[in-house]
Design a binder for this molecule. Structure first.
Ligand code: NAD
Length: 263
């Protein structure tokens, strides 16, 4: 299937590792030029060089903290200087810390909103004018299966990702006539450093081993295993493609059947 992504520019947020990195890899394989970002320069530049060497696409790596609006301005300015405009935006950032409601301060809630909601709004605000002018655009938000099936112990994530979903559905209606689609992809338990951190937390708080925490997640999927980042990235690449032109306002899981709901 021809995705029609050759020569398009994709901005993939938080893409030095994990799901964002897998999405960057997949879009580059389809011929899209990339703007990637993360906070730490070393791993980010390594990722950019690796992707360029493996695929030949142009990759611009911009160190940026997505919780800082000025960093997003700088990220966008670089993207525009180097590529003119962004055709595809994939929003993503690190997940909020685990813990029950009473363990999180007011500041922790503000940080989660800043990091996991406001970064989506700020990135979207930055790319929309050029997408509208071009009459074409793809906005894809990485959220979580927690939107459909909240996960115990992840109250910050459960709450803030629901806000992103409400935003995205409404925006999809507002920009549909401009040729822009807006969708969310909801990862289930997928093998990244985020899961290592969560498994360590579960091990400490629930007295099981890290291995047992992973086995517990695997058992929650009918497939009996957790997902791999490239399995997640394949759907994001499809939603970014020309072929996904009539899909908007949706939230689609990549979870091995984890969500126990009909729709
Ligand atoms: P990860 O921790 O493996 O990678 C996160 C990436 O974000 C890294 O590149 C990191 O450098 C970057 N990052 C973190 N904070 C940043 C910031 N403030 N500014 C810029 N870059 C920043 O995480 P992941 O597993 O790839 O998860 C990505 C998102 O998907 C997270 O929000 C996570 O909560 C969510 N999610 C993951 C899973 C899973 O099983 N992996 C499941 C559901 C939801």
């Amino acid at each position: 299937m021809e995705f029609g992504l050759k020569g398009k520019t994709a901005l993939v947020a938080a893409s030095s590792r994990g799901l964002g990195r897998a999405v960057a890899d997949e879009l580059a394989k389809e011929g899209a030029n990339l703007v990637i970002c993360a906070r730490t320069v070393g791993p980010l530049e390594e990722a950019g060089q690796w992707i360029h060497d493996a695929t030949g696409v142009e990759v611009v790596a911009v160190p940026a903290d997505l919780s800082v609006p000025e960093d997003i301005d700088r990220l966008m300015k670089t993207a525009e200087e180097d590529f003119g405009k962004v055709d595809i935006l994939v929003t993503n950032t690190g997940g909020p810390p685990p813990g029950p409601f009473e363990s999180h301060s007011v500041e922790a809630w503000s940080t989660a909103v800043e990091q996991n909601l406001n970064s989506v709004l700020n990135l979207t605000r930055a790319v929309l004018p050029a997408m509208k002018k071009a009459g074409w655009g793809r906005i894809i938000n990485i959220t979580s299966v927690a939107v459909k099936q909240p996960i115990d112990g992840l109250i910050l994530s459960n709450a803030v990702r629901a806000a992103v979903t409400g935003f995205a559905k409404t925006l999809a209606n507002e920009v549909a006539s401009s040729g822009i689609t807006v969708n969310n992809v909801m990862p289930g338990f997928t093998r990244t450093e985020r899961l290592d951190t969560l498994a360590e937390n579960i091990s400490e708080t629930q007295g099981i081993t890290v291995k047992e925490a992973f086995e517990r997640w695997a058992d929650q999927s009918p497939m009996g295993r957790i997902g791999e980042p490239h399995e997640f990235a394949a759907l994001v690449a499809f939603l970014a493609s020309e072929r996904a032109s009539y899909i908007t306002g949706t939230s689609i899981p990549v979870d091995g059947g984890f969500i126990q709901a009909l729709l």
